[in-house]
Design a protein around this ligand. Structure first.
Ligand SMILES: Cc1cc2nc3c(=O)[nH]c(=O)nc-3n(C[C@H](O)[C@H](O)[C@H](O)COP(=O)(O)OP(=O)(O)OC[C@H]3O[C@@H](n4cnc5c(N)ncnc54)[C@H](O)[C@@H]3O)c2cc1C
Length: 432
């Protein structure tokens, strides 16, 4: 397979590498590596093209609900993920202004219900775990390989790299993230700005012990136009925090939005427990929150979108990386189902199976994530009504998560039914 000695021939129109793969995966994030590992597990020759000079992940913690850990279990990677992460006991939501408890999930009971745990893990640990697994499975991993163009004409799809190389395969999986070149080429839409921005920070646990933080819980404080998330990472050695708020400068149309002065201002009226965490956030970088409108078609001839390239969500349901992992698992299952005795895959059938089931599920997640974020960030009477609804919820009522945390569907008729939202004005007498 290709290595640093691969001929680089700018401007050529023929593949420059003779030993082509069955599958090219563009993008070596969690989505791309998950798909590569799953497809290699089916005996396919898989090559990953990553634009960056090294494989890696920027950021801090990730929550993985049972629909994500179920996939890791299928891959034989769950025990290692649990060792590298934390398996919290509860998830608790508080009001960010008065710090009263609104609702909670008993994560031990949740594990019994869905068969797999809810874990939290540093995203670079999950990424490294997938990268190691890909290496062991013989996936060909190429860095410094930025794809700039996709070609679907001809017997095999191909990609053109920034240095002029051309590579082809039986199928190309575009897992190139929010700003996907493939999405631009095949759909042509633009990311949708939410005017919200995330600050992250992961610190040694000793730095927060005097703040009486919850070390065995995923904690979310929801407040007007802001929220704050906390949980321990890396076997409890680190503490992860995410502070998210709506930027007034973004709403005013200013370019320079989401700056640290806005962070301080956004959390100025929150409870002491929340304000104590804000100085620990990284202040030299922040993540502006974008999603995209859901699209129904992800497969374009022999090129398929996957992960954030296909369905970037706002992160309020903590499902973006999970959906990307599920995509790869579903695609590999359909490849296996459509594999002949001689090993060749009927890719038209496999991609049709993937296309038939994943866009609708991810559309639901993207839409619900937006609605969930709006609910978290309410103010005034609506905030009081939300709090009443959340406080009335029984800890062991799973109506609102069954559609999400249950087994990943392989066919559309296996997709779990959606929940029915409770109208906010069910509690018209709630006092603001
Ligand atoms: C604040 C925040 C918190 C989040 N929390 C959670 C959570 O708790 N749980 C959860 O499940 N999800 C969470 N998410 C979402 C999750 O991080 C993403 O959905 C997920 O990482 C997407 O993975 P991906 O592989 O599709 O894309 P990416 O991670 O963006 O990877 C894309 C890869 O493609 C490469 N690439 C890009 N362009 C090219 C090109 N042209 N050629 C070659 N390579 C290219 C990039 O370098 C990158 O390596 C969160 C997101 C944010 C912002």
């Amino acid at each position: 397979m290709t290595d640093d000695t691969t001929p680089r021939v700018p401007g050529t129109t023929r593949p420059t590498h003779p030993d082509t793969a069955d599958v090219l995966v563009v993008g070596g994030g969690i989505g791309g590596l998950g798909a590569a590992f799953a497809l290699a597990g089916e005996g396919l020759r898989v090559r990953v093209l990553e634009a960056a000079p090294e494989f890696g992940e920027v950021g801090a913690g990730l929550q993985l609900a049972p629909n994500g850990t179920r996939v890791l279990h299928e891959y034989g990677l769950l025990d290692e993920a649990k060792r590298r992460g934390v398996v919290p006991e509860t998830m608790v939501m508080f009001d960010a202004v008065d710090a009263t408890e609104l609702t909670r999930l008993d994560l031990r009971d949740l594990e019994r219900r869905y068969g797999f745990p809810y874990i939290v893990i540093h995203r670079s640990d999950l990424h490294a775990l997938l990268l190691d697994a890909c290496r062991r499975a013989g996936v060909d991993l190429a860095t410094d390989s930025r794809v700039v163009e996709y070609r679907t004409r001809g017997p095999r799809p191909s990609v053109v790299l920034a240095d002029g190389r051309i590579e082809d395969a039986d199928v190309v999986i575009a897992a190139d993230g929010l700003h996907s070149v493939a999405r631009d080429r095949f759909v042509g839409d633009a990311p949708v700005g939410s005017s919200y921005v995330a600050y992250r920070g992961a610190v040694p646990i000793d730095d927060v012990r005097d703040q009486r933080v919850h070390e065995n819980a995923v904690v979310v404080y929801v407040g007007p136009r802001c929220h704050f998330v906390q949980y321990a990472l890396r076997g409890g050695e680190m503490f992860n925090q995410v502070a998210v708020f709506q930027s007034p400068k973004a709403l005013a149309g200013e370019d320079d939005w989401g700056t640290p002065d806005e962070l301080d201002e956004a959390f100025a009226d929150t409870a002491e427990q929340v304000r104590a965490g804000i100085p620990l956030m990284w202040r030299d970088r922040w993540w502006r929150m974008f999603d995209r409108e859901p699209v129904d078609t992800w497969v374009f001839d022999r090129v398929a979108l996957l992960g954030d390239a296909a369905h970037p969500p706002l992160q309020y349901l903590a499902q973006g990386a999970i959906m990307a992992l599920e995509d790869g698992w579903v695609l590999a299952r359909h490849a296996a189902r459509n594999r002949a005795a001689d090993g060749t895959v009927d890719w038209a059938a496999a991609l049709a199976g993937y296309q038939a089931v994943r866009p609708e599920h991810c559309r639901r997640v993207q839409r619900t994530a937006r609605a969930w974020g709006e609910l978290w960030h309410l103010d005034g009477l609506a905030r009081a009504q939300r709090n009443r609804i959340l406080r009335e919820r029984d800890t062991y009522d799973y109506t609102f998560v069954d559609w999400l945390y249950g087994p990943t569907a392989l066919e559309p008729d296996r997709e779990a039914p959606m929940f029915v939202p409770i109208p906010l004005d069910s509690f018209a007498d709630a006092a603001p």
